[in-house]
Design a protein around this ligand. Structure first.
Ligand SMILES: Nc1ncnc2c1ncn2[C@@H]1O[C@H](COP(=O)(O)OP(=O)(O)OP(=O)(O)O)[C@@H](O)[C@H]1O
Ligand SMILES: [Mg+2]
Length: 275
């Protein structure tokens, strides 16, 4: 199992929307998916629950940190929902090390049960984010194309407690930054200028999805995406033309990110057909 963490210290940038899209997309691609919502706001929990595609665990995500042993239902798509006690975890500093250890041990214990684990996080950097980053494999950072968000990339990388470089150096050398995923992208002159500024400043962190110049993973701003998020619908199953168009636009980005997290293994029969 590979664990992907959606993280950005900015609020409202599309973390939960991207977590939802990726969890459903990975499931659609045939992967066994574990979805964990570490945000007490519970947006990821709501949309995945509403979709009725995942089995909702009776354990809540705070227990993955506070309990040394948590059992999950057997299913190909399981959600560990958010709950209010998540808010109290930061206020128990003496327990932070056991919290991080419990989450790591839990993820290890379900390693054979799932292929991909998608973790949604809260914008405030706290022990929930640290525990996830200390054990996960990949970080993906949705980002909006405004100056404040671009300035925020520095904290994402260099924050003294939860910055990517600090965590990688001190706690989790295997942690890999997939990169920045511009979200709610609109073709306005303002956003185009900010996109250019982002590419110039953080070129290695942009996620290239083809050999074409400037073809980076991105999620456009589309009302169908917000609707899917609000109603727990799967974008590719929505009948409206606008939803189908939005799906066609974002599918290459989701496919690319999914293939980084869970590379497709070639089956014996596929291999023999290729010869
Ligand atoms: N690509 C998009 N197009 C249109 N609306 C979007 C898009 N992505 C997200 N939204 C909407 O923007 C709002 C914020 O998105 P979301 O909840 O995913 O952000 P977040 O980063 O998880 O926020 P928080 O920091 O509060 O957890 C939601 O109402 C969501 O439906
Ligand atoms: Mg969110």
């Amino acid at each position: 199992m590979k664990t992907l963490i959606l993280a950005n210290h900015k609020g409202g940038v599309g973390k939960s929307a991207v977590a939802t899209l990726l969890a459903h997309y990975c499931h659609r691609q045939g992967h066994r998916v574990l979805a964990i919502d570490l945000d007490h706001q519970g947006n990821f929990t709501s949309t995945v629950t509403l979709s009725k595609r995942a089995r909702v665990a009776s354990a809540t995500s705070d227990q993955l940190l506070s309990n040394p042993k948590v059992n999950l239902p057997a299913d190909r798509f399981v959600l560990v929902p958010s709950a209010d006690p998540l808010l109290g975890l930061e206020r128990q500093p003496a327990q932070h090390t056991p919290f991080a250890r419990n989450l790591r041990d839990f993820l290890k214990s379900v390693d054979g049960q799932f292929d991909v684990c998608v973790i949604d996080t809260h914008p405030n950097p706290d022990i929930r984010l640290i525990a996830a980053l200390a054990t996960g494999d990949f970080v993906l950072s949705p980002i909006q194309l405004n100056q404040e968000a671009i300035d925020g990339v520095r904290a994402l990388l260099h924050h003294p407690r939860v910055g990517f470089h600090k965590i990688k150096a001190v706690l989790n050398p295997k942690l890999t930054m997939i990169g920045l995923l511009p979200t709610m992208v609109e073709p306005t002159p303002f956003q185009k200028a900010n996109f250019l500024a982002l590419v110039q400043k953080y070129a290695p962190m942009m996620i290239k999805i083809s050999d074409a110049a400037g073809d980076f993973a991105r999620i456009p701003k589309r009302s169908a995406i917000a609707e899917a998020q609000a109603d727990g619908l799967l974008l590719w199953e929505m009948k409206k033309t606008a939803a189908r168009d939005a799906w066609a636009e974002i599918e290459p980005s989701l496919r690319h990110i999914t293939e980084i997290v869970a590379p497709k293994t070639v089956t014996a029969s596929e291999a023999s057909h290729a010869l």
